[in-house]
Design a protein. Structure first.
Ligand code: PHE
Ligand code: ZN
Length: 848
């Protein structure tokens, strides 16, 4: 069993490390790394413990004198230099190691992707490059020399020297090792510049492989927009002369905020109208912004230890969400974010992997880059902003930057900044960081003599390792509507601090209809006895766009839950949808969101949380049936909207035309259920952009009528890895459930299934697990196929294998037969000899 790390065991590093000099002599199987660490002891008699994994030690010296074997201890995880071998004052440690980037399939540390060298050091990858105190609270200034014949040699900071076969970079800002980066390759740049608010010119470059340079323009513009927004909104200016972004094809995550040298999964950089969808464009802009924003929230102010990960991630997600809300339609962005939150974080929080945004122990930190740390972390920042108001929030952030610039901080530091700037006591609020689980908020109503009362109770179920759940501070934004739909009480924020608490509204002429949790003011499950008629009323009248959408969503969800249990679709839902399709006053993107039905996994989660056992086949059938019913009932309106939303002129990814395309595709889904796929086929044949081409293909796949289109799509795009990822994903995710596993098996045998590439692996396996009824096939074939591939991937790339194992996190929702099948697969995985620390932690937690 691998050792557990506890928050309570934190101790500062007993040496100061101010400067580091690195020299890389690159070679695929024998790269030499020389490191010079300038250290000063801070505690008498402390040993020098450096992390290091998979390093071949070549040389080791202090102040120029080689160490003797008795002076140090070398293990699988690092190097310990005995106190007796250390000088009393400042000294210089030099090491030389050899590593093999070409053999690094885990994509952590220094590795190769299509002939280029690149690095990924967060969280603990730097220890695979050289011996080092690989922890975020050790912040040093780096000087880097790279020697290689490759034409482009990049590292962090500013370039200081270059010549034939070498380049040197110097980063003036102290940083932890996880922000180190190096890139070397045959790359081409798309370049631009940005003039900062104090008038400094910054050179911007997006580096890609030759041939990809015509798909970088959008990313460059997104970077410029991000830099301007962070100045205007947070007063944050960029702090180097150059900012480089590099796109790589093999990457475990989305992107990485290395100081001055962000490294991106190529799918989050490259875009052209023919190859990227509207959603791809939106994500590229959001992730470019996210990584750029880390320069202040993550890099200039970093985390003391990895338990504080949400300090940088929750805040930076909140910042990128606000940015997208400003660039596009804020109300639509909020709804999209809540859909993601519920689909990923509520799901995680309802199962065996539930953990607080700030966990207090882990075995493998890579397993904590989760929806809870990121998305719930962002919700918690949003609640703080709601509690102190926009000006209070800006004041708190100004104080945060002033007080903590250059430091490695904790959640306590962060909360203290809000307390000091607002004068509030946030002790109870802090539970959002330390407690796991999604609170359930129940509400009942009373109306007497003009006084309207809301009685709330909050409850959070026990989660692994946490039985007691004291009440949290929940900000509940509420508005009241009169019987004619007018707002009689505008939005106010109620602060619930007790387990049960009532709030009253006086002087009302008639019983109002409440609009509760406006804007989704807290990440809770709201439970309220309501009627379909009242939901339809809110869908028609609520002035809060989030709650307007939410009313329709709740209606759709309860309709689907009822149908999955043998009921028929209710008239209220069908009528309400009819009014929405025709509502020209609402934004197209908003109508599209209202028209789109909840996914099958969401229906399963809703059934499970209501105490029922979800039947995946029944849910799938119910959703198809509702689609068909909707189309039959509203065919004319859907067809008219579908026709009216065709966007004339050349493609742009802006919010307005994207909104029209999304409404168009939202109409196409039900229409395809009754037109035999005619419209989808026509759209596929005529589409000139990937949004519509793929949107049409998706419908044809779900109908089982896509063989021809799939073949032509493949013939056109087989040399484009990112587009072929979509081809794999769409088939795995949307093939009708009975045929899904066979289709996934056929795809896995396709010569283009390069399973060592994380994007390709995720397309196929992630696609299958998104195919709810296909994955959960009663005979367990989906589970077996999936587990076989995790077992195969684990020795190559444990991080991605562990991350993908979350497909099994919902096992407890289902019937005992499926539970046994899923637990059986998890047990089989857990029993594999040599299983990685990553995946063994995951299987142990999943099995509970
Ligand atoms: N820190 C990166 C981000 O949020 C995510 C990441 C983590 C990337 C670990 C790679 C490895 O932007
Ligand atoms: Zn991040």
């Amino acid at each position: 069993m691998h050792a557990t790390t506890y928050l309570a065991d934190y101790r500062p590093f007993p040496f100061a490390l101010e400067r580091v000099s690195l020299r890389f002599r690159l070679a695929p199987e024998a790269t030499r790394v020389q490191a010079e660490l300038h250290l000063t002891p801070r505690e008498a008699g402390a040993a020098l413990v450096l992390d290091g994994e998979e390093l071949k030690l070549i040389a080791l010296a202090i102040d120029g004198a080689d160490l003797k074997p008795a002076d140090y201890l070398l293990t699988e995880t690092g190097l310990t230099i005995h106190p007796a071998a250390l000088p009393e004052g400042a000294f210089t440690l030099t090491t030389e190691v050899e590593i093999a980037p070409a053999l690094n399939t885990a994509l952590e540390g220094l590795y190769m992707s299509n002939g280029m060298y690149c690095t990924q050091c967060e969280a603990e990858g730097f220890r695979k490059i050289t011996f080092y105190p690989d922890r975020p609270d050790v912040m040093a200034r780096f000087h880097v020399r790279i020697e290689s014949d490759l034409p482009v040699l990049l590292s962090n900071g500013n370039p200081v020297a270059q010549g034939a076969g070498f380049a040197e970079w110097d980063d003036p800002w102290p940083k932890p090792a996880y922000l180190f980066a190096l890139v070397a390759g045959d790359l081409v740049a798309t370049s631009g510049s940005f003039t900062t608010m104090s008038g400094r010119e910054v050179a911007l470059n997006i580096w890609v492989r030759p041939g990809d340079e015509d798909r970088c323009g959008f990313a460059l513009g997104a970077l410029q927009r991000s830099m301007g927004w962070d100045e205007r909104t947070y007063g944050r200016e960029y702090d180097l002369h150059i900012f480089n972004i590099v796109a790589v094809d093999d990457f475990n995550m989305g992107a990485m905020e290395n100081k001055g040298l962000n490294i991106f999964n190529s799918k989050l950089v490259l875009a052209s109208p023919e190859t990227a969808t509207d959603l791809d464009y939106e994500r590229i802009e959001a992730v470019i912004a996210h990584e750029y924003f880390h320069n202040w929230t993550g890099n200039r102010i970093t985390c003391r230890d990895w338990f504080q990960l949400c300090l940088k991630e929750g805040l930076t997600v909140f910042r990128d969400q606000s940015f997208t809300a400003d660039m596009r339609l804020g109300a639509v962005k909020r709804i999209e974010d809540v859909i993601t939150l519920r689909g990923r974080q509520f799901r995680e929080d309802a199962g065996p992997l539930s953990h607080p945004p700030r966990p207090d122990h882990y075995r493998e930190i890579n397993n904590f880059y989760t929806a809870t740390v990121y998305e719930k972390g962002a919700e918690v920042v949003g609640m703080l902003k709601t509690l102190v108001g926009p000006e209070g929030y800006r004041a708190a952030l100004d104080l945060y930057f002033a007080r903590h610039d250059g430091q490695a901080c904790t959640i306590e530091d962060w909360i203290k900044v809000f307390e000091d700037s607002s004068g509030r006591d946030l002790t109870q609020f802090k539970r959002w960081y330390t407690d796991a689980g999604t609170p359930h908020l129940k509400v009942a109503e009373r109306f007497e003599n003009g006084t309207y009362t809301l009685d709330f109770t909050q409850e959070t179920a026990a989660t692994p390792g946490q039985a007691e759940k004291p009440a949290r501070l929940i900000p509940i934004a509420v508005g009241l509507l009169g019987p004619n739909g007018d707002e009689v009480v505008p939005t106010q924020v109620l602060e619930m601090t007790e387990a049960r608490q009532s709030f009253t509204f006086e002087g009302l002429g008639a019983r109002p209809v409440p609009s509760i949790l406006r804007g989704f003011s807290a990440p809770v499950v709201l439970e309220r006895e309501t009627s379909p008629a009242e939901q339809a009323f809110l869908l028609a009248h609520d002035s809060d766009p989030f709650n307007r959408w939410e009313a329709g969503r709740a209606l759709a969800l309860s309709t689907l839950c009822a149908m999955a249990q043998g009921g028929a679709p209710g008239g209220e839902y069908l009528d309400a949808v009819g009014r929405l399709i025709a509502d020209e006053t609402a934004e197209p993107a908003f109508r599209a969101l209202c028209l789109r039905l909840p996914g099958e996994d969401e229906v399963a989660q809703a059934l499970a949380s209501a105490g029922a056992v979800p039947d995946p086949d029944a849910i799938h059938a119910a959703r198809r049936k509702l689609m068909e019913t909707l189309a039959n009932r509203h065919e004319a309106a859907l067809a008219a909207t579908y026709a009216a939303c065709a966007v004339p002129g050349p493609y742009t990814p802006d919010a307005a035309p994207s909104g029209l395309r999304s409404l168009r595709l939202a109409c196409l889904a039900p229409l395809s259920a009754i037109d035999g796929g005619a419209r989808a086929q026509a759209l596929f044949d005529s589409a000139t952009n990937m949004t519509e081409s793929l949107g049409a293909l998706n419908q044809l796949i779900a109908l089982g009528k896509a063989e021809g289109p799939l073949a032509s799509f493949r013939a056109r795009w087989e040399n484009n890895r990112l587009v072929m990822d979509k081809w794999f994903m769409a088939q795995a995710a949307l093939t009708p459930p009975a045929a899904a596993v066979a289709r996934a098996e056929a795809l896995a045998a396709d010569p283009l299934f390069d399973w060592k590439n994380p994007n390709r692996f995720r397309s196929l396996l992630g696609g299958l697990s998104a195919n709810h009824a296909g994955f959960h096939r009663a005979d367990g074939a989906g589970y077996r196929f999936y587990a076989d591939w995790l077992i195969r991937l684990d020795p190559m790339n444990p991080q991605t294998a562990a991350r993908m194992s979350t497909a099994f996190e919902t096992w407890a929702r289902y019937d005992t037969a499926r539970q046994a099948l899923m637990r059986g697969e998890l047990t089989r995985i857990a029993a594999q000899p040599g299983l990685s620390r990553d995946l063994s932690e995951m299987t142990a937690r999943l099995l509970g």
